[in-house]
Write a protein that binds this ligand. Structure first.
Ligand code: G3P
Ligand code: MG
Length: 254
């Protein structure tokens, strides 16, 4: 049974915006998720040159744009000149690398809740956490529910807490470490986000007892999604926006 105080957010969340349906971490991906009925999206934010946050998963441009090299070496104008859609499919040619500002605006106008994953390069977790959290607090001022900031980088979460203590945080892990309670408590987290295959019913129960929400990523098999929800996970992040629909729990699946 979902406790909406613990998890006041959507339970089925589109991974990197549009999952496998649209090029990841783009504005069109957010539009696709909204058009498919999703109420929540996860996307990755990292710093370009001069500390401008943009939506991007990798440290380099090579996989998801027609550019090359580190994201941090390009300023926002240079990034605007790159194509972030054609690698995925010709119909998405002309899509750009969005600024965090543009993505936040679009989420708000589409009514999409956001799980903002802070994705620093290895050498700047605090700076990325501070900038992303400070801007998120401005972009989503008075939003309810507020966006959830998550990161694998504990330094980024600590800096996010300093910059915007009012915004909720989640610790991202692959397999949950033995000391997840201590780590989440030290960072004032309200949730633990784990790779789905490391989650057990015992972990879910212990996380809930600790007052934490628990999110599973990246769940692309509907059968596994059922199992996880039976275990009591609060939310899943999925790429398969058509197989695991936004109404999976209420109408599409059970
Ligand atoms: O936030 C869940 C998931 O996005 C974490 O992994 O590598 O897809 O950002 P990744
Ligand atoms: Mg992510």
């Amino acid at each position: 049974m979902l406790n909406t105080t613990r998890w006041p957010y959507p339970r089925i969340i589109a991974h990197r915006g549009g999952g496998t349906v649209a090029p990841e971490n783009t504005l069109v991906a957010l539009r696709v998720a909204a058009s498919l009925g999703f109420g929540g999206v996860e996307f990755d934010v990292k710093l370009a040159r001069f500390g401008v946050p943009v939506l991007m998963h990798d440290d380099t441009l090579d996989r998801t744009t027609d550019g090359r090299g580190p994201v941090v070496e390009r300023d926002a104008a240079e990034l605007r000149g790159l194509d972030a859609g054609i690698w995925f499919a010709n119909e998405f040619a002309g899509e750009h690398v969005p600024t965090f500002d543009a993505a936040a605006n679009l989420c708000r106008s589409l009514g999409l809740w956001a799980n903002v994953e802070i994705k620093p390069d290895a050498d700047n977790p605090e700076e990325t956490g501070r900038i992303v959290a400070g801007l998120a607090a401005r972009y989503w001022k008075d939003a309810s529910p507020a966006p959830l900031l998550s990161s694998f980088a504990e330094g980024a979460l600590a800096a996010a807490r300093e910059a915007a203590p009012e915004l909720p945080r989640a610790l991202l892990v692959e397999d949950p470490p033995a000391d997840w309670r201590r780590r989440t408590e030290a960072l004032g987290c309200r949730a633990l986000h784990c790779r789905h295959d490391g989650i057990t019913a015992t972990l879910v129960e212990a996380a809930h007892e600790a007052g934490l929400g628990i999110l599973a990523y990246t769940v692309n098999d509907p059968g596994r999604a059922y199992v996880l929800f039976e275990m009591g996970v609060d939310a899943i992040v999925t790429d398969e926006l058509r197989d695991i629909r936004a109404d999976f729990l209420t109408g599409g699946g059970r």
